[in-house]
Design a protein around this ligand. Structure first.
Ligand code: AMP
Ligand code: ZN
Length: 475
């Protein structure tokens, strides 16, 4: 099997071949800035990265997956202008910056765990790596890529001719700071801060000594520093959302390759945005966002949201609406109910032809994932398998278990929950459904409603379809 992924840098679909001789895939994903709750758009990006992680492992690679937690240095504009996000949050909530950071980091991992997102092998906080960042900046300065101007240290993008290659922009056209406020200390508009000392944030609580004076790091330097610390000089995959391409990731490439003197990261993968209806941007800094807790309060399971994200390709925008989420919830519940039904059907004899059919389906499933993580096609195939009358139930269960190694929808959970009185679609339930069908055929609506309510009280939901057919799902 070969795993092919879209590389933002080359604009091509490329095969994943680890750079290092040990064959280990080294992957770095930009983590959350912990000044507020992650919204479900942010979480879409982490689900995409989790699907990537699971697919890499499914292909038999060894993997080291690193993610940072930004708890210092990120300003409201990614181009180092505006206000300090952590300070704003501390003022808003009348808490210390560190209390804010830990509160939102804890909630972030609570949410990612609920979404079955596997915790990266290494999670590293920016504030724990400031000395490493200082050394990094010192080396950039020694090599002539950094300059000191009015108290701050900047990266000189004019010294890095490849600046702009990732986003396909000419460096001279880039005027990142222009929309916010021009930083007159910069030599070029696309230059960015490596170390702040003389800033407008006199009250910045988190400060460290450095040869340039007491201060704190710019946002971009943390990712290059921590990535190299834990993954070395040759990175295979770097991920983030599309908003990171033009500034943050350009800056990471410039400072890393200037530091190393050679190419740093092979493949860049970016997840498209989750959008609200009417093209409204979900924004943490503007406060108009939906969190996972909002969905849970409305009665959805986190995995209903995971299902929704799997129905679109990670490189396509996804429009969020409650109608879409309802459809995803129903489909996800039905899938679980099907799993339980097939499991209860027990072992049946399986012929060679059955096994061949199963294998063909599995190959097709892997091919969809291995072609740039095509989860919508893989999901459509899963439903085809579920509905295939020629495949024995035991092989359907096997296929669904395989699919769930990547989809991670806990398809088998209902079965496991048997001991805890979770509803199961057993023969008694099926008999009641048949009895209700007969009542409906006889236009005995009272009896039909009674049976429906009785099942609902057990956590089993019936949805009437045309021709007196019924869809059964678990609440
Ligand atoms: P932040 O905590 O703001 O640094 O963002 C965390 C991750 O979410 C980054 O990879 C962003 O690129 C990504 N992101 C931000 N907004 C969205 C969105 N609306 N949809 C998908 N991903 C997003
Ligand atoms: Zn980053």
């Amino acid at each position: 099997m070969t795993l092919k992924l879209h590389n933002t840098y080359s604009h091509k679909i490329e095969e994943l071949v680890p750079s290092n001789p040990d064959g280990m895939v080294r992957m770095y994903c930009c983590g959350p800035t912990v000044y507020n709750y992650a919204h479900i758009g942010n979480l879409r990006t982490y689900i995409f990265e989790d699907v990537l992680r699971r697919t890499i492992l499914r292909n038999g690679f060894k993997l080291t997956h690193v993610m940072n937690v930004t708890d210092v240095g990120h300003l409201t504009s990614d181009a180092d202008e505006g206000d300090d996000k952590m300070l704003l949050a501390a003022e808003r909530e009348k808490k210390s910056v560190l209390d804010i950071a830990r509160k939102y980091e804890d909630t972030f991992f609570k949410h990612t765990t609920a979404l079955n997102i596997i915790r990266p092998d290494i999670v590293c906080r920016a504030t724990d790596h400031v000395q490493d960042m200082i050394k990094f900046v010192e080396k950039l300065e020694e090599k002539g890529y950094a300059y000191f101007s009015n108290g701050n240290v900047y990266f000189d993008t004019a010294k890095f001719p490849a600046y702009g290659m990732l986003s396909g922009q000419n460096r001279k056209d880039l005027r990142h700071g222009a929309r916010v406020e021009e930083d007159t200390n910069k030599r070029n508009p696309s230059d960015f801060v490596l170390w702040f000392t003389s800033s407008k944030f006199k009250d910045q609580i988190l400060q460290w000594d450095s040869k340039w004076g007491r201060g704190y790091p710019g946002w971009h330097i943390e990712c290059s520093t921590m990535s190299m610390k834990y993954l070395g000089e040759h990175l295979d995959i770097h991920c983030g959302g599309v908003d990171h391409i033009a500034v943050h990731h350009e800056n990471e490439i410039a400072q890393s390759e200037a530091y190393l003197g050679h190419k740093w990261c092979k493949m860049w993968l970016h997840g498209e945005f989750l959008q609200m209806k009417n093209d409204v941007k979900m924004s943490k800094s503007k406060g108009n966002f939906i969190t996972l807790d909002t969905l849970i309060e409305k009665g959805y399971s986190p995995l209903h949201y995971r299902y929704l994200t799997l129905t679109s390709h990670y490189r396509s925008p996804l429009i969020f609406s409650y109608e879409n989420l309802d459809a995803a919830a129903t489909a996800c519940n039905n899938l679980k109910a099907k799993y339980a039904e097939f499991k209860q059907a027990g072992e049946s004899s399986v012929s060679d032809d059955d096994l061949k059919l199963y294998q063909a389906y599995l190959d097709e499933f892997n091919a969809h994932l291995n072609m740039d993580l095509h989860t919508p096609q893989a999901m459509a195939l899963l439903w085809k398998v579920v509905k295939d009358k020629n495949l024995p139930a035991s092989l359907k269960v096997k296929f669904m278990d395989e699919a769930d190694t990547v989809f991670a929808l806990d398809l088998a959970k209902i079965e496991e929950n048997k001991a805890t009185n979770a509803p199961v679609i057993d023969d008694a339930v099926k008999a009641l459904v048949e009895e209700r069908k007969a009542a409906r055929a006889a236009k005995d609506w009272k009896k039909s409603d009674e049976i429906r309510d009785k099942l609902l009280a057990q956590g089993i939901v019936l949805k009437d379809l045309p021709n007196n057919e019924v869809e059964i799902s678990i609440k």
